[in-house]
Every structure is written in C-alpha cells, then in structure tokens.
Design a protein around this ligand. Structure first.
Ligand SMILES: CC(=O)SCCNC(=O)CCNC(=O)[C@H](O)C(C)(C)COP(=O)(O)OP(=O)(O)OC[C@H]1O[C@@H](n2cnc3c(N)ncnc32)[C@H](O)[C@@H]1OP(=O)(O)O
Length: 442
C-alpha cells in the first residue's frame, strides 16, 4: 500500500508477531508519535497479543537514510493500523467497518503527504475488499474531513453532585454486587456484546477494554490498576447485564471525586441500577464520567436533575462511506419515503446518484442517471417522478449516517444542498431513531 510516497521511503504491511523486531519497532514508533513513554520489553508479549486479538494489520513507512546517531532506521517514520469490527447501524443490525488507528508520522517527516498516501490507498483497498464504511476516532478534528470522514457520534463528559447520595424516582430492579475484577475480565465481553446489539452507533471493542475494566491494565500502562473497582448488575434471573469500573481520585481531591472509567449496560435497568450504586457511595461528593450518552436517561431518573451537569461534549466516531449503495442498504430506518441523493466525494469512492426508497425499516438504493434530476426533483428515467432530491458531501453523509445530526443542521452548515422538502424527508429517514451512542475509542 501507500503508493505515492516520496523517494527514499519504503512501506510495508504485516500482521503483528511476538519475538519479532519489526513488530516491536512499530509499537515503539507509535509511542514516539503519541508522545508516550518507551515501552517496557516485559509487556511486549501482552501488547502484541492484544494487537493479534484485535486482528490489527500494521503498516510501517521506513526511511533508510538516517544519519549517524539517529534513531535506528528499523523504527518506522510513520505508522498506520487497521482492523475490522462491528458497528450497530440501527435496529440491531451489525455492519463490519474498516477501522483506522495508530496513525503517526514523525515530526521530521510531517506535511510531506505521508498520511495522505497511506490513507487514500488503504481506503481504496478496504472498498475493494467489500467494506461499506470506514471509521476512526480522531486525535484532532481538523485532520480527517479532507479524506471524507464526518463526525458521526459524540459523548458527554458529565459530573454528578452526590453529596448525601443521589435520589432516584423509581424503585430498584435486579441486584448489584461488587465485582471480582479477575472474573469481570471474562464477563465484560459478553455484557458488551449484548450492549452492542441493542445500541445504535455502538462499535465492537478492542481487547484492551476488558483488560482495563478488570484492572489488569491501567489506562496509562500495562501494569495493574490497583485503585480500580468494578461493580456488576444482575437481572431478575441472576444474569449479569451491566458493569461499571470506577476509582477514587484520592483523598486530596476536593471535593472527593470518584471517576467512572467505564460503564456498560445491556438493559435500561442495568443502566439505572449501576448509577444508583455509584450515586449512593458514602464519602463520595462527586462522580465524573467522560463517555455518557448525549441523550442520557440519567438526569431523567434523578429526584434532583440539577445534580447532573454536562462539562463537555466530544466527537467520538468518525465515519467514511466507502460504498454508498451498500452503506445505505445496510442501515436500519425508522420512517418511510424516497429521496434522490447525489453524493460528492473528492476521492471518487462514494460519489454517484442514488434513489433511496425506504419502507418497513429497510432501504433500497438504485443508481440514477445524473441528468434525470432538474430543479431538485426527478423528472425522467425509470425513477419515480417528483421524488425530492438533495446533494450531499461524503463527509456529511458520514455524519448523517447514524442519525447523530439532523439533515437541516448539516444543510445549514453547507454539507447538504436541497429543498426544504428534501431535508424533511432525509430527516425523517435518518434521524428519527434513537441517538447513536459509541463509548469506544480505538
Ligand atoms: C485515527 C488516528 O490514529 S488519529 C491520530 C493521528 N495522529 C496524531 O495525532 C499524532 C501526531 N500527528 C502526526 O503524527 C501527523 O501530524 C499526522 C499523522 C496527523 C499527519 O501526517 P502528515 O504526513 O503530516 O500528513 P500529510 O502531509 O499527509 O497531510 C495531508 C493533509 O492533511 C493536513 N493535515 C495533516 N495533519 C494535520 C493536522 N494535525 N491538522 C490539520 N491538518 C492536517 C495537511 O496540511 C495536508 O493538507 P492538504 O492535503 O490539504 O495540503
């Protein structure tokens, strides 16, 4: 991959392996690129094992022309990794998505087009491999729009005033127990899977999530996190259907604060009861959580909703449509109707004109001759005459895809061009369902 690199650079892609200098050097380059500490060789086998479990394919760009005393040229000057995982695209439908991660270019090699070269060739290959969507979580919001990615989901950072305990408006359901963290490691994947299947916008998780939720790895290192605790919710049949991981920020923190590091609910009851437990701990004055849903039921279950505040809202999942027809036909829809969409894609992967007909939760996308559209409606050809039409940039389609933002909002921002009638149809089709929620970064 990565044709178009400047001369002197060479690139290769490989699967991670243990006892492999190439893999170790690649991981070291990622640490360098993200300003992390050097890796500890004793943790390398676990780190490589995690990469393998995630199904990561690693790409490295090398510059063999390093001068004396420079970092070993076997350490790549650029890194890039991909993996495939499931995205809930509504109605319990799971679609495999091509995920991009660990993108770094060394400061000495930046702004020479290395990222552009890696990502454009990779996206093309993912499309040829039959994947309808690509996704990533971005270090900066300014990088990936030019490559056709649009911000598709957000989470809220929340703060709860728990002095004296939180009151809830409804009675308890199921039961709660403090978790044996070592066992949580093996329960968490199943609980998350059930959450994934019921949550629009949720993404399959990487191995590190189970290691972190069970305190086997801290958020910063591959060492155990001795401060982290876990709690489980069991449904009426005694089956675990939710967990949370949390830790005190220490007695010197004023007010005394517990940070919730992960909270996964596979039922509404589990969500409510996990927060009830967290909100009832003695000696805790504040709870924080940085990955709450933007459409959070939590304030609606509190006796005093003013105990809940949102301190920031951040984008999480960015989506890039690779195959427009497959993406449109894979998604679940809530409304019914028809619209003709002209997709503009500067990279030429997703562009074209489609008539989208939605009925009974499913969409059918048929190619349309571009000349059939005049004045924003269809006038000729085999398509239904009078169907409303809109033009949409591929990044805006990525943002609209899971319904995280409305068509009129995207139109006001310039990403969609169409009549009021077309925007209303798009809105009814794409955003009428539950707001997407992705609590997974990768
Ligand atoms: C999915 C993830 O892994 S997110 C993590 C991304 N990585 C990081 O944040 C680590 C630190 N940053 C880096 O390593 C690099 O700066 C990268 C990877 C972001 C960019 O790599 P580069 O090789 O310098 O990018 P490249 O030269 O291909 O730039 C392509 C285009 O993106 C633009 N661009 C690149 N980085 C940025 C940025 N951080 N902010 C704004 N624009 C950017 C360039 O100006 C260029 O624009 P143009 O084509 O319109 O002229």
């Amino acid at each position: 991959m990565a044709s178009g690199l400047s001369s002197g650079l060479r690139t290769t892609s490989f699967a991670p392996e243990n006892d492999d200098a190439r893999t170790a050097n690649w991981l070291e380059a990622v640490n360098l690129g993200f300003h992390e500490q050097r890796g500890d060789p004793k943790h390398l086998p676990a780190e490589v094992d995690a990469c393998q479990r995630d199904g990561r394919i690693l790409t490295a760009v090398y510059d063999d022309t390093a001068p004396d005393s420079a970092l070993d040229p076997a350490v790549p000057v650029a890194t890039y990794a991909t993996m495939v995982n499931s995205l809930n695209v509504g109605g319990g439908r799971l679609l495999p998505a091509h995920l991009v991660t660990a993108v770094t270019v060394r400061p000495t090699h930046r702004r020479r087009g290395i990222l552009r070269s890696m990502i454009t060739s990779d996206l093309q290959r993912a499309k040829e491999a039959g994947l309808a969507l690509a996704g990533l979580t971005a270090s900066e919001a300014t990088i990936y729009g030019r490559f056709g990615f649009g911000a598709a989901t957000s989470t809220a950072e929340i703060r709860l005033d728990t002095r004296g305990g939180l009151g809830f408006t409804s009675g308890t359901t199921g039961s709660i127990a403090v978790a044996d963290s070592a066992k949580l490691r093996f329960l968490a994947p199943d609980i998350y899977r059930a959450h994934l299947e019921r949550t629009n916008g949720a993404m399959g998780r990487q191995h590190r999530y189970w290691m972190r939720a069970s305190a086997a790895w801290s958020e910063e290192s591959f060492e155990p996190d001795k401060a982290l605790r876990g709690v489980l919710h069991y449904n009426a049949n005694g089956v675990p259907d939710g967990y949370a991981a949390y830790k005190s920020l220490g007695w010197r923190t004023e007010p005394h604060t517990v940070k919730v590091t992960d909270l996964v609910a596979a039922s509404d009851d589990a969500y409510r009861e996990l927060w009830r437990y967290l909100g009832s701990m003695d000696l805790v004055d504040r709870l924080t959580f940085d990955a709450a849903p933007v459409a959070d039921p939590l304030p609606w279950m509190l006796a005093d909703r003013r105990r809940y505040s949102v301190t920031s809202v951040d984008d999480v999942l960015w989506l890039r449509i690779l195959d427009t027809r497959a993406a449109l036909e894979s998604r679940h829809y809530t409304g019914a109707g028809s619209v003709v969409l002209t997709v503009r894609d500067p990279l030429g992967m997703a562009d074209g004109v489609w008539q989208l007909d939605v009925e009974g939760g499913s969409g059918r996308a048929r190619p349309v001759e571009a000349g059939a559209i005049q004045d924003g409606t269809v006038h000729e050809g085999t398509m239904q005459e009078g169907t409303v039409a809109a033009e949409i940039d591929v990044a805006a389609l990525g943002s609209l895809y899971l319904g995280g933002v409305s068509a009129p909002t995207l139109a006001a921002a310039g990403g969609i061009r169409g009549s009021q009638a077309a925007l209303e149809v798009l809105d009814a089709l794409f955003t009428a369902g539950p707001a997407p929620y992705c609590s997974t970064h990768f």
